[in-house]
Write a protein that binds this ligand. Structure first.
Ligand code: CMC
Length: 431
C-alpha cells in the first residue's frame, strides 16, 4: 500500500512538494513538514500552535469534540472512579496500570521521599509573608536542583526516575509549606501512614497543639481532584516543560518553568479567577449583566471557567468535578452556598445562550474545582498551587518521554519577521 502524502503547491513554482502523512493510533493525522524549509525555503506560521503537533507522545489522548480524555488509553472517568492518585502516577510514568506488588512498591518509594531537606525551611522564611504561594512555588521548586543535585544527571535513567519520584513525593510537602507560611502557622511534617491526599490535607490543616483527623470523604475528593489534573497532553505548561527540558536543563528547573506558565489566568490560574469572578458577580440577579459583558467584543471580560482550546464539548473532568463538588458540600453540610448558586445559574444560562452554544463554550474543570477547594478550606491563592501539585506527574512523565525519544532535539521555533530591515547606526547627537 502506498504511504499517504500531502502535496503543497506554492504559487510561481512549477513543481509541488510532497510531504509524508503520519498516522497516530487514534486522532487526526499529521503532515510531517520537517523538511519544509530545506525543500522550499519557507516556514509554517501558526501562532498559538492551533494546528501544530509539537511532538509524538503515548501518554494522553484528548478528543475535544467528543469530550474524551484518556491516559494511556484508560478513560479519566474510570481512573477517577476506581483508582487512587498514585495509581494514575504509575500509569503515566510507566505506561501500564500496576499489579498489586508494583503498586505497593511504588507507594512505598514515593512515600519515603516525602520529607524535604531541613534547610529548605529557611529558604521559605526568606519570602515575604504576603507572597503569593505560586510565587513561592516557582522559587522553591526551582531551588530543588540546589538541594537534590545528585538527581540532576538527566543522562542516567535511574537518576531520572529518582528525580521523578522525588518531585511527586515532595510537591505536596512543599505546597503545604507554602500554605502554612502564607497563613503564619508552623510547618507540619509528612505522616507516612496516611495516603497521598490525606497526608497533604494533614500537612495543610493539622497544627501541633491538637489532634487532626482527616475526613475520608474529603481525602477522597482531594485524591480525585489530583487525578483529574494529572495530565492534559501538550497544554501551555507541559509544552513549556518540554521546551525547557529540550536544552538539557535539569528536571527541577523544567518543572519550575511549568509552574510559572501554569500561573497565568488563561491556564491554571483560571480556578482562582473563576471564584473571584463569582464573588464579583455577587448575586444571581446580576448574572445577565456579566453574560452581556462576556459577549461584548469591546469588553475584555471573559467568563472564567468557560471555554477551552481543545474541548468543544463538555470537559469530561468538569462533570466529575461537579459531582465531587456536591459530595464535598454535602459532607460538610453546606446547603446554601451563594457562590454555588451563582455557579449553577451561570452554567444553566451559558449552556442555553446562543453565543456560548455557537462558540462551543462549555464549563471547564476550573469552574467547579474552585468551589470545591474553597469548601475544603483552601484560600483562593492556593488553588493554582494544588493544580501544580497534581500536574507535576504529567509534566515529569512528558519530560521523561521527551528525553527518552531518539528524535528529540532542542526546541527552536522560527518567526515571520516584520521589523525594520537593515539600516545604519545613527550617532546619538544626530538622532
Ligand atoms: N467567555 C466569553 N467568550 C469567550 C470565552 C469566555 N470564557 N472563551 C472564549 N470566548 C470567545 C472569544 O471571545 C472568541 O470569540 P470570537 O471568535 O468572536 O473572537 C472565541 O470564543 C474563541 O476564543 P479564543 O480565545 O480564540 O479561544 P482559545 O482557544 O484561544 O482560548 C481559553 C481558550 C481557555 C484561553 C479561553 O476560552 C478563555 O480565556 N477561557 C477563560 C479562562 C479559562 O477558563 N481557562 C481555563 C482553561 S481549562 C484549564 C487549563 O487549561 O488550565
Amino acid at each position: 500500500m502506498t504511504k499517504p502524502t500531502a502535496k503543497l503547491e506554492i504559487g510561481g513554482q512549477e513543481e509541488g512538494h510532497e510531504f509524508e502523512v503520519l498516522k497516530g493510533s487514534v486522532g487526526p493525522d499529521v503532515v510531517n513538514i520537517t523538511s519544509l524549509y530545506k525543500d522550499t525555503g519557507m516556514f509554517t506560521y501558526d501562532p498559538g500552535f492551533t494546528s501544530t503537533a509539537s511532538c509524538e507522545s503515548k501518554i494522553t489522548y484528548i478528543d475535544g469534540d467528543e469530550g474524551i480524555l484518556l491516559h494511556r488509553g484508560y478513560p479519566i472517568e474510570q481512573l477517577a472512579e476506581h483508582g487512587d492518585f498514585l495509581e494514575t502516577c504509575y500509569l503515566l510514568l510507566y505506561g501500564e496500570l500496576p499489579t498489586k506488588a508494583q503498586k505497593e512498591d511504588f507507594d512505598y518509594r514515593v512515600t519515603h521521599h516525602t520529607m524535604v531537606h531541613e534547610q529548605m525551611n529557611r529558604f521559605f522564611t526568606g519570602f515575604r509573608r504576603d507572597a503569593h504561594p505560586m510565587a513561592v512555588m516557582c522559587g522553591v521548586v526551582g531551588a530543588m536542583s540546589a538541594f537534590y543535585h545528585d538527581s540532576t544527571d538527566i543522562s542516567d535513567p535511574h537518576q531520572r526516575m529518582v528525580a521523578s519520584l522525588r518531585m511527586i513525593a515532595k510537591m505536596p510537602t512543599i505546597a503545604a509549606m507554602a500554605y502554612k507560611y502564607h497563613v503564619g502557622q508552623p510547618f507540619v511534617y509528612p505522616k507516612n501512614e496516611l495516603g497521598y491526599a490525606a497526608n497533604f490535607l494533614h500537612m495543610c490543616f493539622a497544627v501541633p497543639c491538637e489532634e487532626y483527623k482527616v475526613n475520608p470523604v474529603l481525602a477522597r475528593a482531594m485524591e480525585r481532584i489530583f487525578i483529574l489534573h494529572a495530565d492534559h497532553e501538550q497544554n501551555a505548561s507541559t509544552s513549556t516543560v518540554r521546551l525547557a527540558g529540550s536544552s538539557g536543563a535539569n528536571p527541577f528547573a523544567c518543572i519550575a518553568a511549568g509552574i510559572a506558565c501554569l500561573w497565568g489566568p488563561a491556564h491554571g490560574g483560571a480556578n482562582e479567577a473563576a471564584l473571584n469572578m463569582l464573588d464579583e458577580i455577587g448575586s444571581v440577579d446580576r448574572i445577565p449583566e456579566f453574560i452581556d459583558r462576556a459577549k461584548d467584543k469591546n469588553d475584555p471580560f471573559r467568563l472564567m471557567g468557560f471555554g477551552h482550546r481543545v474541548y468543544k464539548n463538555y470537559d469530561p473532568r468538569a462533570k466529575i468535578m461537579q459531582k465531587t463538588c456536591h459530595e464535598v458540600l454535602s459532607e460538610l453540610g453546606i446547603k446554601d452556598d451563594p457562590q454555588l448558586d451563582i455557579a449553577m445559574e451561570l452554567e444553566r444560562i451559558a449552556l442555553t445562550d446562543e453565543y456560548f452554544i455557537e462558540k462551543k463554550l462549555y464549563p471547564n474543570i476550573d469552574f467547579y474545582s474552585g468551589i470545591t477547594l474553597k469548601a475544603l478550606g483552601f484560600p483562593t491563592t492556593m488553588f493554582t498551587v494544588l493544580f501544580a501539585l497534581a500536574r507535576t506527574v504529567g509534566w515529569i512523565a512528558q519530560w521523561k518521554e521527551m528525553i527518552e525519544d531518539p528524535k528529540q532535539k532542542i526546541g527552536r521555533p522560527r518567526q515571520l519577521y516584520t521589523g525594520a530591515t537593515q539600516r545604519d547606526y545613527v550617532p546619538i547627537a544626530k538622532r
